[in-house]
Design a protein around this ligand. Sequence first.
Ligand code: IPD
Length: 255
Amino acid sequence: MKNAKRVAIEAALKSGRFIKGSVGKTYNISYKGRDNLVTDIDKKSEHMIIDRISSAFPEHSILSEESSPRSGAGPYKWIIDPLDGTTNFAHAFPFFAVSIGLERSGKIEMGVVYDPMRDELFYAESGKGAYLNGKKIHVSRTKRLTDSFLATGFPYGRRRKGDNVKYFRKFLVRSLAVRRAGSASLDLSYVACGRFDGFWEMGLHPWDSAAGMIIIEEAGGSVTTFAGSDYTPYHNKILAHNGNIHEEMVMFLKK
Ligand code: IPD
C-alpha cells in the first residue's frame, strides 16, 4: 500500500511526541472499568492518528481503542492503540507506546510501535523484515526455557478474565526471570529485538497486539495461541517467542 509506511510512522512519531510532552502534566482521567483508566491524552493522541490516517486513506476501516469502529469500503483496516500502557503513563512510569497496525483482508501487513521516552521506533512490513530505528532486528537465540527472560501482562478486569497468576508462578520458577512492565505492544517489540525471549498474556485486545505481532514474525519469531495454533489479533490469548522455547511454553500454558 503506497504511502502507508510513511503515514503510519509520521502519525506514531507525532502522537508519541505529544504524549511525551504531556507526562507529569495535568490531564483528565476517566474509568472504563474499576481498574481500566483512560486519560484525555489517550483521546487526543487517537484523534491525531485517526485524522492523519483517514485524510490519507478515507476509504479504509479503522479499529481504535478509544472510539467506535469505522467501516470503510476496501480490504484495509487500521488497528490502533493511541497510548498502550495508559496506567504507566498516568503515573509517569516511562513504559508506554503508540501502536499502529495495518490489516489487509484479515492479515496483518504492517506494524509500527513507537516508544517516545526512549525514542525507539519498531517497524515491520510483511516480507520485508523488522527494524528498530532503521536497523534490522532479530529475536534472541536462547534455546531453553530455563535460560529465558520472559514478560507477561495482567489484563484489566482481572477478576473476570481468568487467572494469569497461575501461569506467572509456573514460569517464574522455570525461567530465568519474568517481568510485567505494562505495555503489551512494547513487550512484543522487545521479544522481536531479542530483549525478551518470550511473552504471554490473556485478555488482550486487537489494538494491543496487531502491530507487535508482525514485528515479531518479521524478526524471525513466532506468535500463536496458548495451544500453539495460529494467532490473529482477535484471539485474546497470545504466546510470542523466539521460536526455540515454543514447546516448553505451550506445555505449561496448556495445563
Ligand atoms: C494495556 C497494556 C498492558 C496489558 C493490558 C492492556 P492499555 O493496554 O498493554 O500491558 O497488560 O492487557 O490492556 O489499556 O494501556 O492501552
